[in-house]
Ligand binder design. Structure first.
Ligand code: DC
Length: 220
């Protein structure tokens, strides 16, 4: 099986780029952030707050991801929650949830089962360092905080949502700190990952660049 790991900070465009790259390779795309979001969603729905209760709750959580037409759907205890995990409440809680050792352990086996059965492009924060240390290709995708905040600002404005650039930039910086400084599996570039900074690249240019890197690596 061939595996491509794409890691990077929030808002670097990982999922959009990984999805498109997977499509062009005929691989499945796994957005691992969705798994952490599924747990955060369950905790909100069941009003579970402290770490001890969260660890207990994991026994009642069954997460499956399915790939209809290679598109990822997240199934939590039999219900399709693919769209629900994008609500702001989940985004607010998920960084905290992803810090927990038991949560990361719980999701490790789900991720490794997928890899053993499919050619994948997997994106997240610890894919090249923890989940897929032997990935065929590792990419660390980044862009400046200002650039990521601007993209998010324009995305929200285009969807008719009123927002403030400075607030978004503050949120991007806070998420970076949370992701890079947590004790377990922090966001960091694997030593053998190729760094791609998309600050001055369009989406299409970023996708082309990554496809080029992968083809060169796979055929070298
Ligand atoms: O990419 P995202 O915003 O959907 O990720 C949600 C959260 O999950 C984010 O705060 C970091 C965390 N995450 C993680 O810790 N490890 C991963 N492999 C993927 C996401």
């Amino acid at each position: 099986m061939i595996s491509i790991a794409i890691d990077g900070p929030a808002g670097a465009g990982k999922s959009t780029i990984a999805k498109s790259v997977a499509e062009s390779l005929g691989f499945i795309h796994v957005d691992t952030g969705a798994l952490y979001r599924a747990i955060a969603f369950y905790l909100i729905k069941n009003n579970i707050k402290n770490a001890e209760d969260i660890n207990k709750a994991l026994k009642s959580i069954n997460i499956k991801i399915s790939f209809e037409d290679k598109c990822q759907a997240v199934i939590l205890n039999g219900d399709d929650i693919t769209d629900l995990i994008r609500i702001p409440d989940v985004t607010l809680l998920v960084s905290e949830v992803s810090k927990l050792k038991e949560v990361r352990k719980f999701l490790l086996s789900i991720q490794q089962n997928i890899i053993s059965e499919n050619n994948v492009v997997m994106d997240g924060r610890d894919i090249g360092t923890v989940i897929l240390p032997k990935a065929n290709v590792k990419i660390f995708l980044t862009a400046s905080p200002e650039c990521r905040a601007k993209r998010r600002y324009l995305q929200l404005q285009n969807s008719g949502i009123n927002c403030n650039y400075d607030e978004i930039l503050k949120d991007v910086n806070l998420r970076d700190i949370a992701d890079t400084t947590r004790e377990i599996a922090p966001l960091k570039k694997a030593p053998d990952a190729i760094l791609v900074d998309t600050s001055s690249l369009s989406l299409d240019e970023s996708i082309q660049k990554i496809i080029e890197i992968i083809s060169n690596k796979l055929h070298s």
